[in-house]
Design a protein around this ligand. Structure first.
Ligand code: HEM
Ligand code: HEM
Length: 166
């Protein structure tokens, strides 16, 4: 595959690192509720959620900085105008998600929480559902490109030794 049509290695590693951490956030956020209040696993999952979530915020800032200073490959040929708009809008929402969701999480646990009331928590919980829906659409789009359109889109975001040469 032509190097011009691939993401650069930094963009690729940041993408997968953040993707794995986001999945860990869903796991921890939804599993701690099964444990009793005050129990050790619940506390441990909560601590992990806060640590990994804060790492996502830092990585999101690095990622956006990198994206603004490095060119992304052009979308595959032959996509309609609507498909291009959907792809850009979806990616924009995912960037917004990895900034706004940790920010709401931090507001929810910070001292401000006392004066701000419940809204950061409520928005964070709503945000989790919205992000899950967007990530599912994102993965569905990749599957569509890979198996129906067969334009090798996934390879653009894989390290070159894993990418299928086309
Ligand atoms: C298993 C899950 C995932 C798969 C298979 C996947 C796959 C991909 C692929 C193949 C691209 C490249 C699209 C292109 O070439 O134009 C991409 C881009 C992107 N992905 Fe994912 N992704 C996953 C999860 C996530 C998650 C969890 C997030 C963030 C919450 C995310 C955020 C993004 C963003 C923001 C882009 C656009 C990159 C840019 O153009 O700057 N992805 N993803
Ligand atoms: C992209 C990053 C994050 C994702 C995807 C995420 C996801 C989630 C999910 C799925 C839940 C459970 C929601 C529910 O019960 O319905 C949750 C709850 C929570 N998260 Fe996060 N989270 C992220 C970052 C953070 C950060 C950085 C913090 C704190 C510094 C945080 C603090 C919390 C808190 C306090 C709750 C419990 C809210 C409540 O009491 O209802 N999260 N998060």
């Amino acid at each position: 595959m032509n190097e011009r049509h691939r993401y650069d290695p930094v963009a690729i590693w940041l993408h997968w690192l953040v993707a794995v951490l986001v999945l860990a956030q869903f796991a921890t956020g939804w599993i701690w509720g099964f444990f009793e209040r005050g129990s050790e696993p619940r506390f441990y999952l909560f601590r992990t959620h806060i640590t990994l979530g804060s790492a996502i915020l830092a990585l999101a800032l690095a990622r956006i900085g990198w994206r603004l200073t490095h060119r992304a490959p052009p979308l595959p040929q032959g996509m309609s105008r609507l498909q291009r708009i959907a792809a850009h809008a979806g990616h924009g929402l995912l960037y917004l998600a990895i900034l706004a969701q940790p920010a709401l999480g931090l507001l929810a646990i910070s001292a401000f929480g006392k004066t701000l009331g419940r809204w950061p928590r409520d928005l964070h919980n709503l945000g989790a559902k919205l992000i899950l829906a967007i990530v599912m659409l994102h993965v569905a789009a990749v599957v569509w490109h890979q198996f129906i359109r067969r334009d090798g889109l996934l390879s653009r975001m894989l390290p070159s030794r894993l990418a299928v040469r086309t």
